[in-house]
Design a protein around this ligand. Structure first.
Ligand SMILES: Cc1cc2nc3c(=O)[nH]c(=O)nc-3n(C[C@H](O)[C@H](O)[C@H](O)COP(=O)(O)O)c2cc1C
Ligand SMILES: [Mn+2]
Length: 471
């Protein structure tokens, strides 16, 4: 296990039969994304488009859109569940592994500067009909640095090509890249910025995670992969860049300047509003890329895509870590389903130990950092049900839950501008629901559930093949 690069991940996928190469000519304009989306809806393999109309560079999509491929990225058994991966994440990241500087690397094999910069040289897809243009930054990690403290941050912020050497970027308020931008605004200086496209997918997992302010996500890539990321200095910017990245866009962002950007088909399955919005942008000063580079993209849009899988996984892990930090006993498993767009719903399984324990858990979830932003639905289940067994979760909601006792509605809660359940112009505040499906701990007489006899089960499983079953 080690942090490697995109090529190593492609090799691992191919070895497991998880990569399909498409040799037929495909248009970057909608056709590529539509093939990807239909394939994702069938839980198909990752796709490498080797013949994109007008381009020599291949495009890689659907890297992590199934739990099997997410497990391959996490260096785990391919049948590991998302909730188990999130648990592993919590354990691995207890010890952080900082990056190491190296002299040079393949990312420097080609360097475009000045007039040579042309973002249209790359096979950047247009994903959905109503999108405002071609999005070069989807499976992207954006690097910035705090000008006062030197804190390096990685964040996934979408980037649209505005012209051959400019891209729009969406820095939502409060995001760490935006906190850095505000510091440059005070200094009245442009912010150096670099965008990495194509590397070990652990980088994307880390850059899209809500890790605390002041923390360097590079340290998390190192602990997730079990070895330090090797970084080189940028050509134009003084920022650490993975030596083995496929492609890096370097430039500067004037903190107070805006240009029209969007719209973009968001991961909720909706557009966040109508038309374009003035947003920040990057003046591109250098583009560096590997020989025979692979361009990496993700479809975003309606669940389930890479975005939903990784958000579900990394938010499950931050929620779990938060609950652990609160020292609430009895937490058995935690799960934020990808189908909830990887953020709007959470399920927690608890072994109750005192009256009101399950209620304690439900209210603790919405008090965590992960639970207090955007999460709308919390379901608490007893410990016989794994949090990610949605069939059993629905069973508990239908049978064990008494709405009058188990349901709590919280009227005012922090929301996100992406929540389609709120009016487009008024999305700061939402409400939340906690559904406690647990049988009250203090009940002396509990419902008797139907169990299979252990001894008969053993007998039956021993004779399984004799009955004519295969395995
Ligand atoms: C595909 C994808 C696109 C995203 N686009 C944006 C975006 O445009 N703007 C944004 O602020 N957050 C976006 N996010 C969420 C951020 O990556 C996430 O909040 C992350 O924690 C940001 O890093 P930070 O906490 O260091 O600011 C996106 C996430 C994914 C997976
Ligand atoms: Mn951060």
């Amino acid at each position: 296990m080690a942090v490697t690069d995109l090529r190593d991940f492609l090799t691992r996928l191919e070895a497991q039969g998880e990569l399909m190469r498409i040799k037929t000519e495909v248009d970057w304009d909608l056709e590529l994304s539509h093939i990807a989306k239909v394939n994702e809806e069938k839980d198909g393999p990752a796709l490498l488009f080797e013949n994109v109309k007008g381009y020599k560079t291949p495009v890689f999509v659907s890297a992590l859109s199934t739990s099997k491929r997410l497990a391959i990225a996490m260096h785990m058994q391919e049948n590991t569940t998302l909730s188990q991966m999130a648990r592993e994440w919590v354990d691995r990241t207890k010890e952080l592994v900082p990056p190491v500087w190296v002299e040079s690397g393949p990312v420097k094999q080609n360097i475009d500067k000045g007039d040579d910069i042309d973002l249209f040289k790359f096979p950047v897809p247009k994903f959905y009909e109503l999108d405002g243009g071609r999005y070069i930054g989807t499976f992207v990690s954006v690097i910035t640095k705090d000008p006062e403290t030197g804190w390096v941050n990685l964040g996934t912020y979408r980037m649209q090509i505005l012209d051959k050497n400019t891209c729009g970027i969406q820095l939502i308020k409060g995001k760490h890249g935006d906190l850095h931008r505000m510091k440059y605004a005070k200094l009245n200086k442009p912010m150096p910025i670099a965008a990495v496209i194509g590397y070990d997918p652990l980088m994307f997992l880390a850059s899209s995670t809500l890790i605390g302010a002041g923390e360097d996500e590079y340290n998390y890539i190192g602990s997730l992969g079990g070895s330090p990321v090797e970084v080189v200095k940028g050509e134009y910017v003084d920022l650490p860049i993975p030596a083995g990245a496929e492609m890096v866009i370097e430039g500067e962002l004037w903190p107070e300047e805006l240009r029209e950007e969007g719209p973009f088909g968001e991961y909720t399955g909706y557009y966040s509003g109508k038309g374009t919005v003035p947003r920040h942008y990057i003046n591109v000063k250098a583009v560096t890329y590997r020989n025979d580079m692979v361009f990496h993209a993700t479809t975003v849009g309606r669940p389930v895509t890479d975005t939903h899988m990784i958000q579900a996984m990394n938010r499950t892990s931050t929620l779990w870590a938060d609950l652990e930090a609160m020292k609430i006993p009895g937490i058995k498993s935690v799960y934020i389903p990808p189908e909830s767009s990887g953020r709007f719903m959470a399920v927690v399984s608890v072994k109750q130990m005192y009256p009101g324990h399950s209620n304690h858990v439900g209210n603790a979830v919405i008090a965590t950092s992960t639970g207090s932003y955007g999460l709308k639905v919390v379901v608490v289940v007893d410990d016989d049900i794994p949090a990610d067994d949605m069939g059993r979760v629905i069973w508990a909601m239908s049978t064990r839950m008494n709405p009058k006792r188990g349901v709590q509605i919280i009227d005012r809660a922090r929301s996100t501008p992406l929540d389609p359940s709120l009016p487009i112009s008024d999305r700061d505040i939402t409400s939340r629901i906690i559904m406690d499906t647990c049988i009250p701990y203090e009940w002396e007489e509990k419902p008797i559930d139907i169990k299979l006899s252990d001894s008969m089960l053993e007998t039956v499983l021993k004779k399984w093949k004799d009955y004519g079953f295969e395995e």
